[in-house]
Design a protein around this ligand. Structure first.
Ligand code: NAD
Length: 365
């Protein structure tokens, strides 16, 4: 086989898409290009075994198109496992739009993107992610029904961020129970990195429970707003990872647990909203395990958002959304315990449960 004789770098040269580690057997990848609006987007459909692929659209100014491709592939694969481990009948997909959401997100560009989503006939259903707002989903809804997370006054489930934050809070509590013997977060020192939509709602839960919260963000203005609203401190140091803390909550972008940071990390528990927190899920998952750091798998504890948008497709109400989201506590505790018994990393243990569900459905089909 070609893969047996070539190094991974050589393989990437002759197979730059299918040969990428992040490709991981995607069903379909769609490149969307429109000269008139300047749209450059990629839709990754990782799996439709459990149902239509669903995942948010991210708008971000990537350093290169390769970075954008790599990001969408990693994110869409994550959605497959997120839906599967949460017990939802959904597949995994994701989209990225290359560009600055603040300056380049025009209604024309969004509508054109919506037409591309529509052309897939429901195989991919979009939602909100970084750089997107509920009103963008409302706009997409005018050209395609294959969009979730639209405003409540338009019959949608509204912004997913508060539900995501509630699920992260539940997952964090379960990880605290596993690590410290109690899920009460009062007096625990928690660093929240990234205080955007999800980060802020998480800060609210944490401060309500009496946790000591330190916040970090690249947006100074935002830091000051949050500091003036909640009982929190702003992080002023240079290396957040090396700070003594009980819980590190990554709520900005992915891959913050990597070769550089992992040696510095002082937290006993990592539980946050960001997708793909482990730069290399096997290597860094194992390194965390060896350091005795309890990692609550991101795709498991940040599933509140997808539970919320799934309500729009399945027509269940807020009560059922909250019940399913609260259940993240039980699933997290089960997975942490099963990882301890099996010796797998927590990430592998969660993936294994998700994969079993996918394989069973594939067999049925
Ligand atoms: P957001 O854009 O509202 O907030 C992200 C925040 O992170 C911003 O305030 C930004 O300034 C900050 N940030 C960016 N880079 C940073 C850095 N290097 N250091 C510190 N702060 C930095 O996004 P969000 O909706 O709050 O989502 C946060 C994360 O959670 C993302 O990774 C997203 O993919 C993930 N997530 C979100 C949802 C949801 O429902 N919104 C669901 C699942 C996962």
């Amino acid at each position: 086989m070609v893969t047996e004789i070539l190094s991974s770098n050589e393989l990437k040269k002759i197979a730059p898409v299918f040969g990428q580690a992040s490709f991981d057997d995607h069903e379909q990848i769609v490149f969307c290009n429109d000269q008139d609006t300047g749209l450059k987007a990629i839709i990754g459909i990782h799996s439709t075994v459990l149902g239509p692929s669903l995942g948010g659209t991210r708008m971000w100014q990537y350093n290169s198109e390769w970075d954008a491709l790599n990001d969408v592939l990693r994110l869409s694969r994550g959605m497959t496992y997120k839906a599967a481990v949460t017990g939802l009948n959904l597949g995994g997909g994701k989209a990225v739009i290359i560009g600055d959401a603040k300056t380049q997100k025009t209604p024309e560009l969004m509508l054109r993107f919506g037409e591309f989503v529509h052309s897939l006939g429901g195989k991919y259903i979009t939602a909100e992610d970084v750089g997107m707002e509920t009103k963008d989903m409302d706009l997409l809804r005018t050209v395609t029904p294959f969009v979730t997370g639209i405003s409540e006054d338009k019959g949608g489930a509204g912004t997913p961020s508060p539900i995501t934050a509630y699920g992260v809070f539940m997952g964090m509590k379960a990880a605290a129970k596993f690590t410290y013997g109690s899920d009460v977060l009062e007096d625990k020192l928690v660093y929240v990195q990234g205080i955007g939509n999800v980060g802020e709602a998480l800060v609210e839960h944490l401060t309500n429970e009496g946790a000591r919260v330190v916040i970090d963000d690249i947006n100074r203005e935002r830091l000051e707003v949050i500091r003036d609203t909640y009982d929190v401190e702003i992080y002023e140091g240079k290396n957040i990872y090396a700070e003594k803390m009980d819980i590190y909550a990554p709520c900005a972008l992915g891959a913050t647990i990597n070769d550089t940071t992992i040696h510095a990390i002082q937290a006993k528990v990592i539980a946050g909203a960001a997708n793909n927190q482990l730069a290399d899920e096997n290597k860094h998952g194992l390194m965390l395990q060896q350091k005795g750091i309890v990692y609550a798998p991101d795709f498991l504890i940040n599933a509140g958002g997808i539970i919320n948008v799934f309500a729009e497709l399945e027509n269940y109400g807020r009560e059922e959304t909250m019940r399913k989201t609260e259940n993240i506590y039980n699933t997290t505790l089960d997975i942490l315990n099963s990882a301890k018994t099996s010796g797998l990393t927590t990430n592998q243990a969660a993936l294994e449960i998700a994969q079993l569900r996918i394989d069973a459905r594939r067999k049925e089909k």
